[in-house]
Ligand binder design. Structure first.
Ligand SMILES: NC(=O)c1ccc[n+]([C@@H]2O[C@H](COP(=O)([O-])OP(=O)(O)OC[C@H]3O[C@@H](n4cnc5c(N)ncnc54)[C@H](O)[C@@H]3O)[C@@H](O)[C@H]2O)c1
Length: 338
């Protein structure tokens, strides 16, 4: 039996608690939160789970294997450092940390402690993203030309972090995964509307090797609820719309260039069936499997550090009204597909 704990029983932590309590072969042993009221709620729902406001209770428990950190971002680094120091396997919610150096320090510490370090890049565990990745790797889409993503909604408006840090980690992790590498620069513009110092809407462009672009548009001040990804390849194009009836659409359209003449190819549109699966349950299962087998997670510490690096450099770009900011190549390779 693999035993797990959760730190942070807030809005998202509640989903983790529900998911881990139902994970076959695992035992949810601890829930820790600084809020006694949140813990009271957990005790009512899950009377067999230990609850505490003291982090030390989890770190000193020799029977505890792994910890999910689902607190607010400024606390991630310190909590993860302590958990890894106590030889616990750790999953940190996005964004992994607030600085690349902190993320790399955790990656290094996890390696020295022989612990799994995973980051909660939820979309990397979405069956449709997995399917699109396979279409790219098998050559079905042809060469990946560009992609764009939208993550839009009306609310939750945050004052403690902007829409770039709050929403874009998912889109950046997907762009890196589908491009199969790290971006070389980022350009980012944000607009502060509700709060004078917090960007509620952000438009960003990541440039990848080979001149390929990924555009990310995030906002919590938009009339649409939209979670959309469009990938344009040289052979086919793909639309993933999480709010639509047909979530995945594959379009056999493009252009042909023969003897200097360009013609458009208007092929068929299909809606491939992809087996459903709740991304959070799949992500939890992956963390559990990595703990048991010692495998390197798909969204490991380096993948998390890379996303934080893009966030940091994107913030620099935003602070300078959208100048293009190069992203230094400091990282090892992203893990290949599962
Ligand atoms: N992967 C996803 O799709 C997804 C979705 C939403 C949120 N998140 C991430 O999950 C994390 C939590 O977000 P949320 O919306 O649940 O926030 P929240 O504010 O609702 O909950 C945070 C909880 O952490 C507790 N907490 C804060 N500091 C603590 C500490 N030092 N020790 C113990 N408990 C502490 C708070 O009391 C609160 O209950 C954030 O990193 C957020 O970005 C991820």
């Amino acid at each position: 039996m693999t035993t797990l704990g959760v730190i942070g029983a807030g809005r998202w932590g509640g989903n983790w608690i529900r998911t881990l309590a139902a994970l076959p072969g695992a035992q949810l042993r601890w829930v820790c939160d600084v809020s006694a009221a949140s813990l009271e709620r957990i005790r009512t729902q899950l009377p067999d789970v230990h609850t505490t406001t003291r982090l030390g209770d989890l770190l000193e428990d020799d029977q505890l294997d792994g910890i999910v950190i689902a607190t607010i971002a400024p606390t991630h680094f310190d909590l993860a450092r302590q958990a890894l120091g106590a030889r616990k396997h750790v999953l940190i919610e996005k964004p992994m940390t607030l600085s690349t150096n902190d993320a790399l320090e955790l990656t290094d510490l996890a390696q020295r402690q022989l612990c799994v370090l995973m980051v909660g890049h939820l979309l990397e565990y979405h069956p449709i993203i997995h399917h699109i990745r396979r279409m790219i790797e098998s050559g079905e889409l042809g060469e990946l030309r560009y992609l764009y993503q939208q993550r839009l909604n009306l609310g939750t408006i945050r004052a403690d972090e902007n829409a770039w840090w709050s929403l874009a980690p998912h889109d950046i992790s997907v762009a890196n995964r589908l491009m199969g590498t790290a971006p070389i620069s980022v350009q980012c513009r944000g607009q502060n509307i509700v709060n004078p110092h917090v960007a509620d809407v952000v438009f960003a462009t990541l440039a990848y090797p080979g001149g390929r672009l990924a555009n990310v548009h995030v906002s919590w001040l938009d009339p649409h609820k939209s979670r959309k990804l469009v990938v344009v390849g040289s052979r086919k194009m793909v639309i993933f719309d999480d709010a639509a009836e047909h979530k995945l659409i594959v379009v056999d359209k493009g252009f042909e260039c023969k003897n200097g003449t360009i013609t458009l190819r208007q092929g068929e549109t299909t809606h491939p069936h992809v087996d459903a699966g709740e991304p959070l349950a799949l992500e939890a299962q992956h963390f559990f499997d990595c703990i048991r087998t010692g495998r390197r997670p798909i969204s490991d510490g380096l993948a998390g550090a890379l996303v934080v690096s893009v966030l940091e450099h994107g913030q620099r770009s935003m602070d300078q009204d959208g100048v293009v900011v190069p992203i230094p190549a400091f990282l090892g390779t992203l893990r290949k597909s599962a």
